[in-house]
Design a protein around this ligand. Structure first.
Ligand code: HEM
Ligand code: CA
Length: 617
């Protein structure tokens, strides 16, 4: 790998300051014992006598970062209560045994909060906060602070294109899309970054454990389409068991999101996850799956005219979530992970049995570090039809999704994705969400990832290696890394932030990531498979598909779903790999197998009458 010189003349960006101060995560503080039901509480936290030193913060005007990123939601009001003070979900309703709830509760009947939205993320290792509340900020070298995230980003992650040959950019886009199905850590707008969950002021002084919330259902269940709360779903649902779309079959308008409108008729999109406007690939996939839901629902109604809207909705949603899981486990994960990791974590097909002892709740390390691996795959150039755009000129602009859907998806399946390595598109590291090219108000996602890790108390890289059964790094000069630049920013190997160390690792053979991320990804994908009672391959009643139905779902592909819901007429068989005349030829859409819905004919004529009338839309 070529060595890059360190830029010295870069403009001072907001990102040069402590990224945590730009957008803060809602952190919920628990007493050290007894809080929560599923989250392993840390036993100890890092203590440092210098902890009275406040983090190196600089408050930007309230609007700046929030409005620019469009990523801030209004979850604060929903989070006024400590999650564990919410009433325990009630699971006795037989419908909850057969179909997923919208908020993920009652998936595990004995532990109904496991995997539910608006619950604390799990910890695999106890957090390294300072005195229980402040972010990790000190070096192993006494008296030294950790390097500023922006400095690390500038030195370790200069822009460089490194192409992952044969793997399409759809691998990146699908990663972001499913991320928005299972991780969403709420952030606040106005600087109040904590919710005091437990007890009174006296307790506050003793509070130990900061935990971040996951606002999404941890299961890969299509919540990106349906939303994560009943209220969100009620706004997104349409008539006859379908989801709301415009006359042009596009996503509906969001009244609360911020985005840039290019031309008349543009509007900010609404979907099951509010970040839908961030990137054209994301908006494209959200649109695709809402259309897929409606296409399937329409067909099911023709096949089963006796089914009411609720029955149509639930059966369609069951198929759509199965498609999410099948595409991810059968086609996407095998590209990201190596065969050994896939085998170790039992991620292959036709190998499933529900294990009610597995807690599927997304872990803090997964949302804050390991599943962010995809940021490195993002390309600086975005191909939409004949146009080649700079990444930053496509962000938060739904116009591309609204007006160039097929072209945008075509661009994603044709271009190879970037490698997962320490090099990033500068549309993410210098210009993310900038107002325009002269405004110098762009953000740096690498800095955010690093600071977010410290903010959430993630232990450093070496601790995660140990967690994964890998030897600790003792020398910056290790052969594990493809980059030699870490020595010039960090003072001690035990200071290395997880995200930084892991993206510098050499890949495992046949994988897109190195051993530490492979382990952390493998474990989480194992847990949201075996800890999901509704995993699509289940053979248990009442959740299961019939054997013949399952076979239909197992032959579906993302390529076919693109074909069925856009103007595409031909496409390569596997959307996650670039076209290759021998191994992945471009074929006519009609030749790709779809789901034969006749197998859903009158599996039951019963209607679902138990839902509130509002569900009928
Ligand atoms: C154009 C592409 C993308 C953009 C602009 C983008 C931007 C962002 C931003 C601004 C954040 C919040 C950072 C923070 O303040 O902590 C974030 C979080 C995250 N991103 Fe991305 N991202 C992109 C693609 C991806 C991809 C491809 C993946 C995975 C394969 C991914 C996974 C994540 C995850 C897991 C989080 C944390 C989510 C949470 O828990 O809230 N992103 N991204
Ligand atoms: Ca979900």
């Amino acid at each position: 790998m070529t060595q890059r010189s360190v830029p010295t003349d870069h403009v001072i960006l907001p990102s040069d300051l402590d990224a945590q101060c730009l957008v803060s995560t809602v952190t919920c503080y628990y007493r050290s014992q007894g809080a929560g039901n599923s989250v392993s509480r840390p036993q100890s936290s890092e203590r440092d006598p210098q902890a009275v030193v406040q983090p190196n913060c600089f408050e930007l005007p309230e609007m700046a970062a929030g409005e620019m990123t469009g990523l801030l939601d209004d979850t604060q009001s929903e989070l006024r209560q400590c999650p564990h003070e919410n009433p325990e979900p009630e699971c006795r309703d037989p419908m909850k045994l057969k179909y997923r709830t919208i908020d993920g509760s009652c998936n595990n009947v004995a532990n109904p909060r496991w995997g539910k939205s608006f619950e604390p993320q799990q910890r695999l290792l106890a957090p390294h906060y300072i005195n229980g509340t402040l972010p990790r900020m000190f070096s192993k070298i006494p008296g030294e602070k950790l390097p500023l995230p922006r400095r690390i980003s500038k030195i370790v992650s200069p822009q460089q294109n490194s192409v992952a040959h044969g793997v399409s950019n759809m691998v990146m886009a699908w990663g972001q899309f499913i991320d928005h199905d299972f991780t969403g850590t709420p952030v606040t707008k106005n600087g109040s970054r904590t919710i005091k969950c437990c007890g009174d002021i006296a307790d506050e002084l003793k509070m130990e454990n900061g935990e971040q919330i996951n606002t999404l259902t941890s299961f890969l269940d299509g919540s990106a389409v349906y939303g994560n709360t009943q209220e969100a779903f009620d706004e997104l649902k349409g008539k006859d068991g379908k989801m709301l779309v415009t006359e042009d079959n596009m996503l509906p308008e969001s009244k609360s999101s911020t985005c840039k409108k290019e031309k008349v008729g543009d509007y900010c999109l609404a979907a099951g996850d509010h970040r839908v406007n961030v990137f054209v690939g994301l908006g494209g996939l959200h649109t695709l799956f809402v259309r897929e839901h409606n296409r399937l629902a329409t067909k099911l109604k023709t096949i089963n005219p006796g089914w009411d809207a609720d029955k149509i909705f639930e059966e369609t949603r069951r198929i759509v979530s199965a498609e999410f899981q099948h595409i991810t486990y059968a086609d996407w994960l095998p590209l990201v992970l190596d065969t050994d990791t896939l085998t170790k974590y039992r991620l292959g097909q036709n190998d499933y049995n529900y294990d009610p002892d597995i807690n599927p709740t997304i872990t803090n390390v997964f949302s804050t570090a390991s599943f962010r691996f995809g940021h490195s795959q993002v390309k600086q150039s975005v191909q939409i039809g004949k146009r080649k755009l700079q990444l930053q000129d496509t962000l938060l602009r739904p116009t591309f999704t609204l007006n160039h859907l097929t072209d945008a998806l075509e661009g994603l399946v044709s271009a190879p994705t970037d490698e997962v390595d320490p090099f990033f598109a500068n549309g993410l590291t210098d210009h993310m969400f900038e107002t325009n090219s002269t405004a110098h108000d762009g953000l740096d996602l690498v800095s955010s990832n690093i600071q977010r890790g410290r903010d959430h108390g993630l232990p450093p890289y070496n601790d995660w290696r140990e967690f994964c059964g890998l030897p600790r790094i003792t020398d910056f000069d290790t052969t594990e890394f493809i980059s030699k630049s870490l020595a010039s920013v960090y003072r001690h190997v035990d200071d290395i932030d997880l995200f930084v160390g892991a993206i510098c690792e050499k890949h495992l053979p046949g994988a897109l990531v190195g051993p530490t991320f492979a382990c952390l990804l493998g474990k989480q994908f194992h847990d949201i498979k075996f800890g999901d009672r509704f995993f699509y391959e289940t053979r248990s009643r009442p959740e299961r598909f019939t054997f013949q139905q399952l076979k239909q779902i197992q032959q579906i592909s993302l390529s076919k779903i693109i074909c069925d819901n856009t103007d595409m007429v031909d496409i390569q068989r596997d959307a996650f790999r670039t076209e290759d005349s021998v191994s992945n030829p471009r074929v006519n859409c009609k030749s790709l197998p779809g789901i034969n819905l006749d197998l859903w004919r009158a599996i039951s004529t019963t209607s679902i009458n138990r839902f509130a009338p509002s569900r009928n839309g």
